[in-house]
Design a protein around this ligand. Structure first.
Ligand SMILES: C[S@@+](CC[C@H](N)C(=O)[O-])C[C@H]1O[C@@H](n2cnc3c(N)ncnc32)[C@H](O)[C@@H]1O
Length: 278
């Protein structure tokens, strides 16, 4: 069956998100494996985006258990449907169009709710996490995977450039969200979970290293990430720092991250496991 045509475009960040999944997929799947999922578990992935994590959850559970993937975007639901069609029978997945703040599920319908890298898009994270808590059974888990703009991917660029970039990201976040940490949800997740009435049980950070020469997936992600970073910070950087950033991002420049033989990237992402009180 052909997937439905998208009724809206994917968001601007979708290309770099897809490239991120391809570049760091095996490490992100390690985070999925760290969630306790007994056979037969009923799992909700919300918001599921293109279903990258849904597929990993479904593969873990198959053939016992079931994953429900929910998102508000028709375009992302169509992308997820295409991914699940490729998985064939190895994925028992239900796809649902739903608003994370008003999930169309009964209280306690799931054992685990999984929420990956979405707390910037959800402008009231506590309300969304409380809603995930509602649809999880007493004693069930809400699992949140998050990172922040400052440390999502750290590259071994000159220290002066890194300091300027951090300052510029904070300025851009203040302009966009009214707070210097607006782009850095990971450092607030524990507080959000507590305010949502959940008990934080475990926090685990996964680090993934990639070293030069980078493979094509990492190069694609690096290109997308450098473009996104430039768009975000250009007007907040002094000209000399912007020139240094452009040098790092230029595959034609021998001193760039694409060509330096000692270039290194490290990606940090944190898994928070919180339990709904019995
Ligand atoms: C940054 S993406 C992350 C998606 C996925 N978890 C991943 O990591 O690939 C954020 C997602 O939130 C969805 N979204 C935004 N607001 C939403 C809402 N109120 N209810 C449900 N989904 C929402 C978007 O459509 C998008 O798929």
């Amino acid at each position: 069956m052909r997937p439905d045509p998208p009724t809206e475009a994917l968001p601007d960040y979708s290309a770099s998100l897809r490239a991120f999944h391809r570049a760091f997929g095996r490490d992100l799947r390690r985070a999925v494996r760290a969630v306790p999922l007994p056979p037969g578990s009923r799992v909700l992935d919300v918001p599921c985006g293109d279903g990258f994590y849904t597929a990993a959850l479904a593969r873990r559970l198959y053939p016992f258990g079931r994953v429900t993937a929910a998102d508000l975007s028709d375009a992302y639901l169509a992308a997820a449907r295409t991914r699940f069609a490729r998985l064939g029978r190895a994925a028992d997945v239900a796809l649902v169009k739903a608003d994370a703040y008003r999930l169309p599920f009964r209280d306690g319908e799931f054992d685990v709710a999984w929420c990956a890298r979405s707390l910037i898009t959800l402008d009231d994270p506590v309300a969304a996490l409380a809603e995930m808590g509602r649809v999880v059974r007493p004693g069930g888990l809400v699992a949140v995977l998050e990172d922040d703009e400052f440390h999502r991917v750290v590259a071994n660029v000159p220290v002066g450039l890194e300091l300027e970039l951090h300052r510029a990201v904070a300025e851009a976040a203040r302009e966009r969200y009214g707070s210097r940490t607006g782009l850095s949800p990971a450092r607030r997740v524990s507080r959000y979970l507590l305010e949502a009435g959940l008990r934080l049980e475990r926090r685990t950070t996964f680090a993934a290293d990639r070293d030069a020469p980078f493979d094509p997936a990492v190069r694609r992600y690096l290109r997308a990430m450098m473009r996104e970073t430039r768009d975000l910070v250009a007007k907040h950087l002094p000209p000399v720092a912007l020139a240094a950033l452009d040098r790092e991002a230029d595959p034609g420049h021998a001193g760039s991250l694409f060509r330096r033989p000692d270039a290194e990237l490290t990606c940090f992402t944190t898994l928070f496991l919180a339990r709904k009180p019995e």
